[in-house]
Design a protein around this ligand. Sequence first.
Ligand code: RM4
Ligand code: NI
Length: 293
Amino acid sequence: MISPVKRILKINEWFHPDGFPISVERREPQEDFEPHAHEFAELVIVTGGKCLHVTGNDSWDLTAGDAFVIAGKREHEYQDLMDLRLVNILYQPNQLKMGLIDLPSVPGYHALFTLEPARKNKQATKGPLHLNGKELARVTELVNRLESELMAREPGFGFMATACFMQIIGMLSRCYGKSPSPDGRALLRIGEALSHLERNIHREVNLDELASIAHMSRRSFLRVFQAATATSPLAWVIAQRIQRACSLLRQTDRRVTEIAFDVGFNDSNYFTRQFTKVTGLSPRNYRMRQRGS
Ligand code: RM4
Ligand code: NI
């Protein structure tokens, strides 16, 4: 039986009134806190102590060096707290003014920021990313800088804080690839396939190629991919292309047909159909809506 989410932490209660989409909340220690979900995403880095982390039907022990992301409507809670210390980096994914540049070519990025947070209802697993002492010290340093920019809020803080945040997620993504937990290894393989898809977003999806990148047979690749992303490789690529099309529609005046080609469709009618299916709006209506008509 699925119990209803009890509490949802609201954006307007946890972010600065100026609307900046990143915020840091340290818990030293973490006090008892009821099960909850967030209207934002939460990157958690454990700096000390212990506890049991429960999310959905999943639960695992946390210790210093563990890092994970709670996103979407996922609910979570800490149990059996033993002097648990952590830092929460709260962020609003759609409001961040930053480009990922070539980060999606790092498999760990997908494993940590797109696959792991989306995973639900799996049996108990080991925490997704574990930093060693040196890595933890380096991230902590970046978090400190992020936090002091956010506290001082001097002109330019938005730029500086975003840059710190980018360094943090870049570093964590790289670390993920270095020492994946046994469970993370499978995600990482799918992450590698996603990086490949991302780098070749204009090309047709080639299942045999993807399966060999993930070191799996075609059949098990499809099964694992589906389990990790809740979608198929082709549907994933189309969703990515449409996401890019959305930002081009919002940010440029390029014509719909041009945008269709830009993002990798070679038939603009097909693009319009897929776009409408995914967003519920035609590209033109989407553009009008976004621009406040
Ligand atoms: C709580 C706990 C939650 C977090 C909020 C912001 O103390 O750490 O997980 O979502 O703070
Ligand atoms: Ni939380």
